[in-house]
Design a binder for this molecule. Structure first.
Ligand SMILES: NC(=O)c1ccc[n+]([C@@H]2O[C@H](COP(=O)([O-])OP(=O)(O)OC[C@H]3O[C@@H](n4cnc5c(N)ncnc54)[C@H](O)[C@@H]3O)[C@@H](O)[C@H]2O)c1
Length: 316
C-alpha cells in the first residue's frame, strides 16, 4: 500500500515542519489542530521555511506553490483522519492528551492506516497500551527543525505487522530523510538519550558554578559539536584510541552529575514561564517576536550551510 494521504495531528513546533516535509515531496497532507490560531501560525511558519529554503537552494530545488497546494489545515479531526494512509501524532508530550486523542481517532481510522507518534520520550509500549491499532502503531521521531534535520528514529513492537517499518523507511528516504530503526523499544530512543546525558552534565556544570551557560555552549560548539557532525561516539573513540577512552570513562564516570530528576535550573525557569525562544527568554533572552523569528531564521540558515557541507556540495 502506498502512503499517499498523510494526516498530522498537532500543528506546533514539530507538526507544521513534519507536514511540510511530505507536502514538499508531493504527498497530500492534512494538518489538524483544535486551535485555529495554531493552524494559522503553522501555515505562516511553513511559508517562512519555504522562503528560506528557496533563498538557500534556489527555485528549482524547492517548489513553494506545489508544497502549499499539497497542504491542508483543519480543526476538523474526522476530515484529517478519514482516508489517511498514515497518521502522525505530534501533540504535547502528555500521556493523557495523547491517549485521549488515540481513543478519538481509533473509530475513524481506515483499517489499513498506519499511526505513528513523534513522542520525544515515551516508550512505544506505553503509548500503544490497549490501543486497538497497536499492531499498526510505531514511533517516528523527527528532530527540530523537522524540515532540515535528516534523522528520523523509528521504533516498532514485537506485535507490529511485518513490513510496516520497511514502508515507513522507504517513504522517509524518498523524502530525503535518514531513518534509523531501533532493535528494541526504549523511552527516549537513541538520540534523545544521548542528548539528555549531555544536558545532565551541562546543567551539573552550570549549577556547580564551573562555567557560565555561554562558556559551556561555546565549549560544545567549538569542540565536540564539530566532530559530532561527522562522527558518532564510537567512531570518535576509535580515532582517539580505546586505551585513552578506557581512562577517560574510568576516571570521569564516577565524577559526573548523576541527578535522577529534571535539573533544578530548568524547573525554576519553567515555573517562571521562561521556556526559551518561544517565550522570549530561557538561558538567554530573545527579544520581541520579530527578533525571535530572525534568530530562528539565522539558526536555520546555519543548519542549511552545515547540511550542504556535509553533502559535499559546498564549493567554499
Ligand atoms: N519541540 C521539539 O524540539 C520536539 C522534537 C522532537 C519531538 N517532539 C515531540 O513532538 C510532540 C509535539 O511537540 P511540539 O514541540 O510540536 O509541541 P507544541 O506544543 O509546539 O505543539 C503541539 C500542538 O498540539 C496541539 N494540540 C494540543 N492538543 C491537541 C489535540 N488533542 N489534538 C491535536 N492537537 C493538539 C497544540 O495546539 C499545539 O499546536 C511532542 O510529543 C514532543 O515531545 C518535540
Amino acid at each position: 500500500m502506498s502512503l499517499n494521504n498523510i494526516a498530522i495531528l498537532g500543528a506546533g513546533t514539530m507538526g507544521h515542519g513534519i507536514g511540510q516535509i511530505f507536502a514538499q515531496h508531493g504527498l497530500a497532507v492534512t494538518v489538524y489542530d483544535p486551535h485555529p490560531a495554531a493552524l494559522q501560525a503553522a501555515s505562516e511558519k511553513v511559508l517562512r521555511n519555504l522562503r528560506l529554503l528557496q533563498e538557500n537552494q534556489g527555485g528549482e530545488a524547492v517548489n513553494p506553490g506545489l508544497t502549499v497546494s499539497n497542504l491542508m489545515f483543519t480543526s476538523d479531526l474526522s476530515a484529517a483522519i478519514t482516508g489517511a494512509d498514515l497518521v502522525i501524532e505530534a501533540v504535547p508530550e502528555n500521556l493523557t492528551i495523547k491517549w485521549s486523542l488515540y481513543s478519538q481517532i481509533a473509530p475513524m481510522l481506515k483499517p489499513t492506516a498506519i499511526v505513528t507518534s513523534n513522542t520525544s520520550t515515551f516508550a512505544l509500549e506505553t503509548l500503544a497500551f490497549e490501543q486497538p491499532f497497536a499492531d499498526r502503531f510505531l514511533i517516528t521521531h523527527f528532530f527540530n527543525p523537522a524540515p532540515l534535520i535528516p534523522l528520523v528514529e523509528i521504533v516498532q513492537l514485537d506485535i507490529t505487522i511485518p513490513g510496516i517499518a520497511g514502508q515507513l523507511i522507504e517513504l522517509l528516504r524518498a523524502c530525503g530523510k535518514v531513518p534509523v530503526l531501533l532493535k528494541k523499544d526504549i523511552a527516549g530512543f537513541i538520540a534523545n538519550r544521548l542528548q539528555a546525558a549531555v544536558m545532565r552534565e551541562a546543567c551539573y556544570l552550570l549549577e556547580s558554578g564551573i562555567a557560565e551557560a555561554a562558556q559551556i555552549d561555546t565549549a560544545m560548539k567549538e569542540g565536540p559539536g564539530l566532530r559530532w557532525a561527522i562522527g558518532g561516539p564510537f567512531e570518535i573513540a576509535d580515532y582517539g584510541g580505546l586505551d585513552v577512552w578506557e581512562k577517560v570513562t574510568g576516571h570521569l564516570f564516577p565524577q559526573l552529575g548523576a541527578s535522577q530528576e529534571a535539573p533544578e535550573l530548568i524547573r525554576e525557569k519553567v515555573a517562571k514561564g521562561e521556556l526559551g525562544v518561544k517565550t522570549g527568554a530561557g538561558f538567554y533572552t530573545y527579544g520581541n517576536p520579530a527578533q525571535q523569528e530572525r534568530q530562528s531564521g539565522e539558526r536555520d540558515r546555519k543548519l542549511l550551510g552545515l547540511l550542504q557541507v556535509k553533502a559535499g556540495n559546498n564549493k567554499a
